[in-house]
Design a binder for this molecule. Structure first.
Ligand SMILES: N[C@@H](CCC(=O)N[C@@H](CS)C(=O)NCC(=O)O)C(=O)O
Length: 61
């Protein structure tokens, strides 16, 4: 159970595409914002979600 977590920011077209799909399917999801200016996408924590250090990254159970 639990909502799908989407890490990123809606200004990213890749993230926006994922959010659009989740909205269209009525999925339970949560957008978890990353501080891109602080390069939070390159932290060890985020790299464990996506080794490329990109957004979006998803957690689904
Ligand atoms: N091919 C990648 C592209 C993702 C991508 O390039 N995201 C950009 C934002 S639009 C990003 O994470 N940029 C931050 C960075 O490269 O540090 C995917 O589909 O996930």
């Amino acid at each position: 159970g639990g909502a799908v977590k989407v890490y990123g920011v809606g200004a990213s077209p890749f993230v926006a595409t994922v959010l659009l799909c989740l909205e269209e399917t009525g999925a339970d999801y949560e957008l978890v914002p990353l501080d891109m200016a602080a390069r939070e996408q390159r932290t060890e924590h985020h790299l464990s979600r996506n080794p490329f250090g990109k957004i979006p990254a998803l957690e689904d159970g």
